[in-house]
Ligand binder design. Structure first.
Ligand code: ITT
Length: 195
């Protein structure tokens, strides 16, 4: 497993919610964490979270010449064969119509089917020479309706993690950053590549 020995890394994401969480999770390490401003957004044409995270991390590493960390994540609803999954950012075009609309469509599609779901996150570290390290994390929960809370981002207001009564958008950021799919994947990356 290759370690990150460089003093700077780039978070290869254009999602502001992910940047906030990843910066917080990496804040205790002696590395400068930079955002992806100015870097292009490659087409995410992979078929898994890992493949898409690899596409984003490698594209950013080659373009910037620096170590890059990418996240590909999404909500997998069990009664819908794990959809929207890797298509979560494109499900009913939340970037155009807003996440309230996407969540409402998801709730309608689910109807009275069973409401268990998980978030999945792939974290890929890529170096400019093409080397990559790959990690995955998940968190299990249930979808609620109506959505509740105003923290976090994306589908957080309708996701209640197992063992809690509040949604990810109601729980304090410190709690989400301890139990989330992203926290689990990043902790694996930290143990293997930073410590
Ligand atoms: P980048 O590709 O630039 O990182 P993106 O938003 O397009 O940004 P993805 O392709 O990985 O990222 O899509 C992830 C989708 O899943 C997106 O719609 C998120 O809102 C949603 N998602 C991922 N993690 C989430 C979380 O912790 N809470 C709520 N929604 C989440």
């Amino acid at each position: 497993m290759r370690k990150i020995t460089e003093k700077e890394v780039i978070l290869a994401t254009h999602n502001a919610g992910k940047v906030v969480e990843m910066q917080s999770l990496l804040s205790s390490f002696n590395i400068k964490v930079m955002d992806a401003t100015g870097l292009s957004e490659p087409e995410e044409n992979g078929t898994t979270f890992i493949e898409n995270a690899k596409i984003k991390a490698l594209s950013a590493a080659k373009e910037s010449g620096k170590v890059c960390i990418a996240d590909d994540s999404g909500l997998c609803v069990h009664a819908l064969d794990n959809r929207p999954g890797i298509y979560s950012a494109r499900y009913n075009e939340p970037k155009k119509n807003g996440f309230m609309y996407a969540m409402s469509c998801l709730n309608d599609e689910l109807g009275d089917k069973e409401r268990s779901a998980h978030f999945s996150c792939a974290i890929v570290v890529a170096w400019p020479d093409g080397h990559t390290e790959e990690f995955e994390g998940q968190v299990q929960g249930t979808l609620c309706w109506p959505p509740k809370g105003d923290h976090g981002f994306g589908y957080d207001p309708m996701f209640v993690p197992n063992g809690y009564t509040g949604s990810f958008a109601e729980l304090p950021a410190e709690v989400k950053n301890t139990i989330s799919h992203r926290a689990n994947a990043l902790q694996l990356m930290i143990s293997n590549c930073l410590k």
